[in-house]
Design a protein. Structure first.
Length: 386
């Protein structure tokens, strides 16, 4: 936890879940730049924050928590962990939980938006989809300000604002952060978002070859099947009979769907912290599994909601990025959660880049780790709970 000083006061902020080994803060220079801009500290008058204030893509609740007491904003995010961080940060600063209205990217946005604050996401597709969804609520007098690190704001980013909302300009860079100012043009044609995107699987992935996947904006490899997942699909265990399987960090759900299609007696749980990912997984599953297979779709913090020793098989392609930072914190928590949730004899199967060294962590945690398949780039690992 760290303390952020703003013109609205000092705040104690932390990421979620808190990890004493994690040194990353719950905000960065882009968040600070936007907050200074709103108060008019950087040679500009204060921004009129009256009316409905909407904060999009607030990563750990820094922006929403800063504005909560005075302006009661609406926060829109694709991240369950981001929502939980906001709740926790409001509580630790003694702010009423109702001071921020929490919405996911799958919820309907407010009908009218007077101030729109956007933390530019890593995914250009997610930004595109959100701007399309928010555009009908924006009017000529809406204040639109985006923020991001200079490495996150590109010409394509500005073109999206221009095409969907209106004329756009940027600020000077401060501490490697930049602001985006957009003047909404109500005369621009309103067109629907091109998302979700659907594509067919290639011929070399086994039983699902030729089947169609549904991908909402912002999920991992939404425009094509990534090579790691393709490698995993070719290496999945062949199992039968009633068992409980978890597709952990499910993305578009192709792994869990493949398991359900191959073993109709399996009960598959799809889990991801991304609202868009779980929506994608459910759409993919519904289209491709027509048997009586049972499925559950959960937006949550890994396996935290799964009972101890209740799972037979966990399949996992863990992320190794948290926004722009490279970290193994998510993988560590996924592996630990899997060991807790697995029954004795239950198995965790993991695919990852060879250089990440997951086998070391798995041997330390499970006491064993077997290489099931490998190529020059990827490895599929299997650990058994004793």
């Amino acid at each position: 936890m760290n303390r952020l000083t703003t013109s609205w006061g000092e705040l104690d902020l932390a990421r979620f879940p808190e990890d004493p080994r994690e040194t990353l803060r719950a905000w960065d220079a882009a968040d600070e730049y936007l907050l200074r801009q709103l108060k008019g500290i950087d040679d500009a008058g204060p921004t009129d924050l009256s009316g409905t204030v909407v904060v999009v893509g607030d990563r750990w609740g820094c922006l929403a928590t800063s504005l909560a007491a005075a302006h009661r904003p609406v926060q829109i995010t694709d991240s369950f962990l981001g929502q939980e961080a906001t709740r926790a940060n409001l509580a630790r600063n003694g702010i009423d939980a109702d001071a921020v209205r929490l919405l996911s990217v799958r919820d309907l946005p407010p009908e009218r938006i007077d101030v729109l604050l956007i933390r530019v996401p890593k995914s250009l597709a997610l930004l595109e989809d959100q701007l399309h969804r928010l555009a009908p609520a924006v009017h000529a007098d809406t204040v639109v300000v985006g923020t991001g690190m200079v490495t996150e704001i590109h010409t394509s980013t500005l073109k999206l604002f221009e095409r969907i909302l209106g004329p756009t300009r940027t600020s000077l860079a401060v501490k490697k952060a930049r602001l985006i100012f957009c003047a909404p043009d109500p005369q621009l044609p309103r067109v629907p978002s091109p998302w979700p995107l659907r594509y067919s699987l290639p011929a070399d992935v086994g039983a699902l070859a030729g089947r169609t996947l549904t991908n909402h904006a912002g999920i991992f490899c939404a425009e094509r099947l990534d090579i790691g997942t393709r490698f995993f699909l070719r290496s999945l265990p062949e199992r039968s009979g009633p068992e409980r399987v978890v597709d952990l960090g499910c993305g578009n759900g192709v792994i869990g769907t493949a398991v359900a299609a191959a073993n109709p007696e399996a009960a598959v749980t799809f889990v991801d912290e991304s609202f868009a990912a779980v929506a994608s997984a459910e759409a993919t599953y519904r289209e491709n599994v027509t048997s009586d297979a049972k499925a559950e779709f959960v937006v949550g913090d890994g396996l935290s909601g799964v009972a101890d020793e209740s799972v037979d098989l966990v399949l996992n392609n863990p992320p190794f990025h948290s926004h722009q930072a490279t970290t193994d914190a998510t993988a560590r928590r996924m592996f630990g959660g899997a060991r807790r949730a697995l029954r004795s004899g239950g198995e965790l199967w993991v695919v990852g880049n060879r250089h990440l060294g997951y086998h070391v962590k798995l041997r330390r945690l499970f006491g064993n780790c077997e290489v099931v398949a490998s190529d020059p780039k990827f490895v599929v690992l299997r650990s058994v709970k004793k």
